[in-house]
Ligand binder design. Structure first.
Ligand SMILES: *[C@@H]1O[C@H](CO)[C@@H](O)[C@H](O)[C@H]1NC(C)=O
Ligand SMILES: *[C@@H]1O[C@H](CO)[C@@H](O)[C@H](O)[C@H]1NC(C)=O
Ligand SMILES: *[C@@H]1O[C@H](CO)[C@@H](O)[C@H](O)[C@H]1NC(C)=O
Ligand SMILES: *[C@@H]1O[C@H](CO)[C@@H](O)[C@H](O)[C@H]1NC(C)=O
Ligand SMILES: *[C@@H]1O[C@H](CO)[C@@H](O)[C@H](O)[C@H]1NC(C)=O
Ligand SMILES: *[C@@H]1O[C@H](CO)[C@@H](O)[C@H](O)[C@H]1NC(C)=O
Length: 362
């Protein structure tokens, strides 16, 4: 046996170091999203503790939380997060009810979930809300669930983060940022389609999967997001959660909603330019044009409440999947039921029960 000389030994060490470095480099994935291990068995995490509404909308909460397993990709989710901290009543306004009804009406084969987040199990629906909920409960494919925030984050990569000092508590816009975070967490937990509550759905969304919608030629919005439960959807869901946990900003309103999906797209599609985010470049993920879900830009929100340009407005929303009425800007502009403005006409057609049972004002 030849003795290993000092020189040979050094060469061996260098070789091992070199090969090791090659392996190391080959294993570094360019995308941060790889650091959250993908969950390959969705049914294992489809468990949530929540408060289920009883058949009576008089007293919505059960005495004890129950567990339910949600399955399938054919689900639509609406998240009511604006009353997380309320101590009085649970409120769902007619426009929110309209969004839920329209989704159910236009997608009879899909299940539409409305998750209402609040931890106070002694609360009741407000009188107006009871009426809206009654209309929604007449649809077989609508399910309303009352969810406690803390349990929703359990068994998720966000469990430590959400109640830490770097989490939503640090935010100047708690409600809005919680809504941003919960939409990504929901699609990570269940997959399907997330929708904002200030939309009216006009078409079937059944064939849409792995998609978002651009708001303009330079911005992607987060008002509608679809992730499937397979490779592409899982990859995006993991990447979005990772992006939030590492880069959440409580001091920037838009950073955590549209920002999360935009930065994730930039990484996965390897381009900063929205028009270059084609399905080919983005592993099959689609960025739909603004005309699909935001046919009227937010600066033009008054068009939905305006009778003068009605013909032009109706023409520009003719082929869209939905209208998005930009609640942040439009919420205090009232509509009299029976009015002929575009929003009223669309509501009458796509959410007839809520629209015609909400009193004088929609
Ligand atoms: C996924 O988990 C469920 C529930 O724990 C189990 O019944 C099923 O066999 C698992 N599927 C796979 C592919 O591991
Ligand atoms: C829950 O709601 C009840 C009834 O409004 C109220 O008295 C109570 O203080 C609330 N509890 C919490 C923890 O907010
Ligand atoms: C909620 O409604 C139930 C049943 O009508 C009633 O007993 C209870 O007092 C109500 N709770 C509050 C906080 O008003
Ligand atoms: C709600 O309705 C009940 C029964 O109709 C009534 O007693 C109560 O005063 C109403 N509450 C409000 C806040 O209007
Ligand atoms: C959230 O954090 C606070 C302060 O650290 C702690 O007192 C509280 O129990 C936490 N809540 C949950 C639900 O983990
Ligand atoms: C976040 O705020 C809630 C009250 O809004 C408080 O109960 C909780 O302890 C806070 N968590 C942290 C980590 O400060």
């Amino acid at each position: 046996m030849k003795k290993i000389t000092g020189k040979n030994f050094m060469i061996c060490i260098l070789c091992i170091t070199f090969i090791g470095t090659l392996f190391y480099i080959a294993n570094i994935k360019p995308d941060d999203e790889q650091r959250i291990p993908p969950v390959d068995n969705l049914s294992n995490i489809n468990i949530l503790v929540y408060m289920k509404p009883t058949n009576s909308y008089e007293s919505p909460f059960l005495k004890e939380p129950v567990t339910e397993i949600l399955t399938g990709d054919k689900n639509i989710y609406f998240l009511e997060t604006s009353h997380i901290k309320d101590k009085n009543e649970i409120i769902l306004n007619p426009r929110q009810g309209c969004a839920v009804e329209s989704a159910a009406l236009m997608n009879p084969t899909m299940k539409v979930y409305l998750f209402i987040f609040n931890t106070n199990r002694t609360l009741n629906y407000s009188n107006e809300t009871k009426n809206i909920v009654k209309q929604l409960m007449s649809y077989k494919n609508i399910a309303i669930r009352h969810i406690s925030l803390a349990t929703y984050f359990e068994n998720s990569p966000m469990n430590k983060w959400w109640n830490s000092t770097r989490g939503p508590n640090s935010s100047q816009w708690f409600t809005s940022h919680m809504s941003d975070v919960l939409r990504y967490l929901t699609l990570w937990k269940f997959s399907g389609i997330y929708l904002d509550l200030d939309v009216v759905i006009k078409k079937s969304l059944e064939h849409l999967t792995n998609f978002v919608c651009a708001e303009s030629s330079i911005d992607v919005a987060a008002g509608v997001i679809g992730f499937d439960s397979l490779d592409v959807g899982r990859r995006f869901a993991n990447a979005c959660l990772y992006e939030i946990i590492t880069n959440f900003r409580g001091d920037d309103w838009g950073y955590n909603g549209p920002g999360v999906i935009t930065r994730t797209l930039k990484k996965i599609c390897n381009t900063d330019i929205v028009s270059e985010m084609t399905s080919d470049r983005c592993d099959g993920f689609k960025v739909l044009p603004p005309s699909a879900f935001y046919p009227i830009r937010w600066k033009e929100w008054k068009q939905y409440f305006n009778i003068e340009n009605k013909k032009a407005t109706m023409k520009s929303i003719e082929n869209s999947y939905a209208i998005h009425v930009w609640n942040k800007h439009s919420q205090s502009t009232a509509i009299k039921v029976g009015s002929a403005v575009p929003y009223a006409e669309i509501a009458n057609q796509y959410c007839p029960k809520v629209y015609n049972n909400c009193g004088d004002t929609f």
